[in-house]
Every structure is written in C-alpha cells, then in structure tokens.
Design a protein around this ligand. Structure first.
Ligand code: 8YV
Length: 332
C-alpha cells in the first residue's frame, strides 16, 4: 500500500511556488496565523501532523506540543523563537528551526532608519510641509549623527550589522553583551562597555537582545534614569524586553528625548495605545524584516528547514540541534 504523505500544519503566508514544493511531498493543513494549534486544528489532524510551519504569532507552548504527539519539527518563520517552548520541545524530541542571517540587513536598515528619523525629526518635518508651516518660515534645526554615540544592547548578527551602518555615518559605536565580541572589537567596529557605561554614554540606545526570562522587562525605570535626557531608545527586537509602562512615563516626563519602536509589549497596536499620543515617538508595525526580498529569503529558509527535517536531511538552521540525533524518537 502506498504511504500517505506526512501532514504539516501551515500557519504562515507561503507564496505559491514554495507552497507547491511543500505539497509535492506533504499534505498541508492551513491554519490562520495567531491561532492556538491545540484549539484550531481538528483532533484527526493533530494526531497525524508531523511538522509545523508558523510565525511568531503562533504560540507553540507545552500544551500545543503535547496536543501534537506526532510532530517532529517546528519551523519558525522568524529568527526569534520566544513563541516556542524550546526546552519542552527538546524534551519531547521536537526539532525547532528558525531563520537566522537572512534578515540581519533589513532589521539593521530599519534601526538606522529610526536613528535618522529621530535625529533629523523627519516625521515632524513631513507634517511641517504638509500642514503649510513651511510657508510661514523655516523648520526647526535638528541634530547631526556624526560624533554621536550609538549604544548597542546586544551584539549578535543584527547588532554587528547596525554597527557597520552606523560607522558609515561617522558615529561612535559602543556595545554591551553577555560575552565580549573580540572580532568586532579587533576590527574597530564597536568598543565594549559595562551595561551602566553603555546607558550613560549612548545618544541612541538600540536593543538587540532576544526575549527570554532574563531579558523580559530588562530595560525599565532604572535604565531610563541612567540614560541621558537627550538620548533616544530604539527597539527592533521584542516589545516585552522593554517595560513599556516605564518607557511611556519616561517619555511623558521628557526624561529621555524620544523613542523609535518597531515592536511593542502587545501587538498589534492601534490608535488607542498611549504610545500613539506621544509626539516624541516614531512607530513601525513590527516591520524589521518586512521587505519583499527578506521575507522571501526567510520563507525559503523556513520551508527548506521543514522539508529537510521531515525528509531526514540536516536543516540549515536548528535552534536545538541535539534533538537531531534522536529526532522523532519520542514522536515516532
Ligand atoms: C517576524 C521577527 O518573524 O524574525 C523575527 O524574529 O520578529 C520577524 O521577522 C516576521 O514578522 C515574520 O513573522
């Protein structure tokens, strides 16, 4: 009897050609992104599903993993994987894959976009023209980037990409990271600082750490107090790394100059958010990787990871590679 193709749950926007590549070897169960798989997938599909392709908006927690006993791989369409209970997946022999590398430039570009937008007051400048204020006189002066200090909280692939861009703008780049990045220091890309030194020196403090139990809320009241009143906070990482209530207070009281936020504590955000009422904030809709080219590269990698894992090949990007050896053992 011919073997039926493996079932995979897809809750991500896969373009037609990549979808066809999955369909050539798998049966797809489509689930809208953001839903809980233990609730949205039928019991029959949950029992047979072997793989999951999802975005960061799909929670893959312990209850979800327990409800999918045959799943051997979760391929996340993202570099971050805070939506997935990785220790639980590892215990259950479930391989977790992500999309590192292919989005570094896009996220770094957006980060520099915030730096430029904040330093040169470009959002207000646009309104100044549209609302006719220019007809009455020149716009207020803004600030140079040259000579200003960009502080990177976190120095991974994206942090390094931001440092390269900032150097081209003649900024001084300093960083703090759990471990020193000697190659970057040796190259003169960025100088290491203690966390307190980084907070005190930065004209722009840009967050590039993943969300974890350790980093959740780690940029809060104490950090805003330690920053210069003239400094800006930029976050293109994960909203919950920043204590948003403390940030809003600091912005309302002008204890820091402003913020550029691509990510928020709870997404999506609409006009009712107090952030939208703050004139010293520039907002984006979790768009760091949201370019045609980058999202395509991310999806190619996410699909390749899924199919490689299902077909017994080594996926390119594994979050918990030790599972690879015993992959499927607990989920045969
Ligand atoms: C989102 C991201 O994944 O890669 C990450 O960690 O946060 C983003 O690239 C993107 O919105 C696709 O879901």
């Amino acid at each position: 009897m011919p073997q039926s193709p493996p079932t995979v749950i897809v809750c991500a926007p896969v373009p037609p050609d990549l979808r066809a590549a999955i369909e050539a070897v798998c049966r797809i169960v489509d689930i809208p992104t953001g839903l809980r798989l233990d609730e949205a997938v039928s019991a029959a599909d949950r029992a047979v599903a072997r793989g999951v392709l999802c975005t960061v908006r799909t929670p893959v927690d312990a209850a979800t993993l327990d409800a999918l006993p045959a799943v051997s791989v979760v391929s996340n369409f993202a570099v971050g994987y805070d939506n997935i209970d990785v220790p639980h997946a590892t215990r259950g022999g479930v391989l977790v894959c992500n999309t590192p590398g292919v989005l570094d430039r896009a996220v770094a570009d957006l980060t520099m976009g915030f730096v430029l937008c904040l330093a040169r007051d470009m959002v207000k400048g646009d309104a100044f023209v549209r609302q006719g204020a220019w007809l009455r006189g020149p716009a207020p002066l803004t600030s140079d980037l040259a000579g200003k200090t960009l502080g990177l909280l976190g120095m991974g692939r994206i942090g390094r990409m931001v440092a390269r861009r900032a150097q081209a703008f003649d900024m001084r780049v300093v960083y703090h990271n759990r471990s020193r990045d000697m190659p970057s220091e040796d190259e003169g890309l960025a100088a290491y600082r203690s966390r307190d030194e980084l907070l005190a020196e930065s004209d722009f403090l840009s967050v590039h750490v993943p969300l974890s139990a350790e980093t959740r809320g780690s940029v809060g009241e104490r950090e805003f107090e330690a920053m210069k009143r003239s400094a800006y906070l930029i976050n293109t990482s994960r909203g919950p790394v920043v204590d948003e209530a403390a940030l809003i207070r600091a912005l309302q009281e002008d204890r820091i100059a402003g913020a550029g936020l691509d990510v928020m504590e709870r997404e999506p955000v609409g006009p009712a958010s107090p952030l939208c009422a703050l004139p010293n904030v520039v907002l984006q809709a979790h768009a760091g990787s949201a370019t045609v080219e980058t999202r395509r590269a991310m999806m190619e990698l996410a699909v390749a990871n899924l199919l490689d894992a299902l077909e017994g090949r080594q996926p390119r990007a594994m979050v918990n590679p030790p599972v690879r050896g015993g992959m499927g053992a607990a989920h045969a």
